[in-house]
Design a protein around this ligand. Structure first.
Ligand SMILES: NC(=O)c1ccc[n+]([C@@H]2O[C@H](COP(=O)([O-])OP(=O)(O)OC[C@H]3O[C@@H](n4cnc5c(N)ncnc54)[C@H](OP(=O)(O)O)[C@@H]3O)[C@@H](O)[C@H]2O)c1
Length: 308
């Protein structure tokens, strides 16, 4: 299958490129600023995805069987810092890709987030009404809507959880950020009562691939890991996995009630009900131990780690 992949340099996109190559697909991957080679890509293209003309021209040139959209402004703080850029990536881009998928009769697999939910009930089923608490969640909800509207017969949107795994630069994912804090002598402040259900970017990538191949699965879906854990528990398990103790890797435990202004914009519990995907895909749902086994020591912190 010929696949046009956006966000090929990101945490999910780079995992997708490798997984697709393993399954024999030909992937043309779009990057923004990332300059180095990306394993798994048949071809790498640098393109500013905020420009509709360039995106349209590339899609018509590649004429893919499937488009996989992993490009985004994927963090709440980054959306707040530049709302217009975030709107272009999180709303206008998926809307345009959906129109192009419809035009090309191509599959569109779009990645959304559990942050479309408020986090005040759990677990969330695919049919539950989104109620985002921050701009990132509102934009991703609008992106989902525009995809559904423009390509109802071709698109599958997957709401993903907090992601673990190894990024290309070694500074993007959960364990990479924690280790960067510890290496810099910082003690991350983490909520003991904020609950997430992580999976690896690689596991999510396998799901996205299966969806490329399964044109019968359309609409919005949920995917996540097998366990729900607090942010503090996640950090402790990561710390233990890397054989670090509280002295080298301190954690400051906080409660949501300590900072009501900040937590008003942070969903408390984002557990997801994985039906119906869990019953129909071959990709296994990962335990957190299985995720830990895949984590490597990120290159940016190796000197600190081996100097301990
Ligand atoms: N990471 C998580 O924990 C998480 C959780 C739930 C859902 N998600 C969703 O998963 C998807 C992938 O997220 P991610 O974590 O993999 O994101 P990421 O690591 O931050 O990567 C973002 C990607 O978007 C590209 N990009 C951004 N602006 C661009 C532009 N103007 N032109 C071209 N490319 C541009 C970046 O390219 P360059 O770096 O080359 O510029 C990069 O490849 C997103 O839809 C996100 O909302 C992520």
């Amino acid at each position: 299958m010929k696949i046009l992949l956006t966000g090929a340099s990101g945490l999910v996109g780079s995992a997708f490129a490798e997984a697709a190559k393993r399954r024999g697909h030909q992937v043309v991957g779009v990057v923004g600023a990332y300059a180095a080679a990306i394993p798994g890509l048949a071809e790498k293209r640098a393109l500013d995805l905020t420009g509709a003309e360039g995106v349209t021209a590339l899609a018509l040139e590649v004429f893919p069987d499937a488009i996989v959209n992993c490009a985004a402004v994927a963090e709440p703080a980054a959306c707040d810092a530049d709302p217009a850029r975030a709107q272009a990536l999180n709303v206008e881009l998926p809307a345009l890709l959906a129109k192009l998928a419809h035009h090309l009769s191509a599959r569109l697999i779009h990645v959304s987030t559990e942050q479309v939910f408020a986090g005040d009930r759990s677990p969330y089923a695919v049919g539950d009404a989104p109620r985002p608490l921050n701009l990132y969640g509102r934009q991703k909800m609008e992106g989902e809507r525009r995809v559904r509207e423009a390509a109802p017969d071709f698109a599958a949107t997957v709401r993903a959880p907090l992601l673990t795994g190894n990024s290309l630069g070694g500074a993007r994912s959960l364990h990479e950020r924690l280790l960067a804090d510890w290496a810099a002598g910082r003690a991350p402040r983490l909520y003991r009562d904020e609950i997430r259900q992580p999976c690896t970017a690689g596991n999510l990538a396998e799901v996205l691939l299966e969806l490329c191949e399964r044109g019968d699965l359309r609409g919005v879906f949920h995917w996540a890991g097998a366990e729900t854990l607090s942010r503090v528990e996640l950090a402790r398990r990561i710390r233990t996995h890397f054989k670090l103790g509280p002295e080298a890797a301190p954690i400051v435990e906080i409660a949501r009630a300590d900072d009501p202004a900040a937590t008003a914009r942070r969903p408390a519990n984002l557990a997801l009900d994985l039906k119906p995907l869990a019953g129909v895909l071959k990709t296994p749902i990962e335990t957190f131990d299985a995720q830990l086994d895949q984590l490597i020591l990120p290159p940016p912190v190796r000197a600190w780690y081996f100097g301990l």
